[in-house]
Design a protein around this ligand. Structure first.
Ligand SMILES: O=C(O)CCCC[C@@H]1SC[C@@H]2NC(=O)N[C@@H]21
Length: 238
């Protein structure tokens, strides 16, 4: 198992992991906190978290131990985190393309994967924010926690230890690209269901069909027919 470090308080585990890579001698080095004060989300957004209730976890993986294209690495990470949570909660956990983790219609995990170089080595910096014990979210928010979605109270220390062990194990044995895409599609949120999308500020009904090997999502649209989309070209309203 890779090394797992803990900070009582931390600005952003994705930023502070660099200090720990100086001491680490493993291909997998992780940092976690239950009090992240300056969490970063995708596209420059902030990631807010209630102190003592949620988990901010970052795993740095030496890039040489993975030769996958970035988006496939992203998909695989989402698949592994989904599987971990599905096993833990015994629930049907889904992946909202490209990598949000959804439980009973609410986002319970946000993932931010960055690529950085430290000491001549390239790393995938996998940052994941898990809403575990938070019991209140904005009414209009799409966010929820393991507690709000399952009613279960999880021990945060056990949660992180088990997560870390599971992730390292799965990242040591990465399946083929084809297998990753199959697993990803098998767990895609709202696949083969009618949904509403926003495309260039217009709404349209459509059905998510599948993610492909180029990183695109294929959607069958009511007006435009079957079309591929890259991230941010389309918004799923749910
Ligand atoms: O926008 C998203 O959905 C991604 C959120 C990622 C948040 C996690 S929490 C641990 C790690 N540290 C950060 O600052 N961000 C990621």
């Amino acid at each position: 198992m890779g090394q797992l470090f803990y900070l009582k308080e931390c600005s952003s585990t994705n930023d502070e992991i660099s200090k720990f890579l100086l001491y680490g001698n493993s291909d997998f080095t992780a940092l976690h906190t239950f009090n992240q004060t300056k969490g970063r989300g995708q596209y420059g957004n902030t990631w807010a978290s209630t102190a003592g209730k949620n988990v901010a976890y970052t795993l740095a993986v030496k890039a040489q131990s993975s030769l996958l294209p970035d988006f496939i690495f992203n998909y695989y990470t989402a698949v592994v985190i989904r599987d971990f949570l599905a096993n833990l909660t015994d629930n049907d956990v889904k992946i909202k393309w490209p990598n949000d983790i959804i439980l009973r219609n609410k986002k319970i995990v946000g993932i931010l994967i960055e690529k950085k170089k430290f000491n001549q080595d390239n790393y995938f910096i996998i940052g994941a924010g898990f809403n575990v014990l938070q019991d209140h979210f904005d009414e209009i928010s799409h966010a929820g926690s393991l507690l709000t979605q399952t009613g279960q109270v999880y021990d945060l220390d056990d949660f992180v230890l088990n997560l870390h062990e599971y992730l390292c194990e799965k990242l040591k044995n990465i399946p083929s690209e084809k297998e990753i895409i199959n697993q990803f599609n098998g767990n895609l949120f709202r696949k083969d269901e009618i949904s509403v999308f926003e495309i260039e500020k217009e709404r349209q009904n459509g059905i998510i069909r599948n993610a492909d090997e180029k990183g695109e999502l294929w959607i069958e649209l009511e007006r435009d027919g079957l079309k591929p989309f890259y991230h941010k070209e389309i918004k799923l309203l749910y």
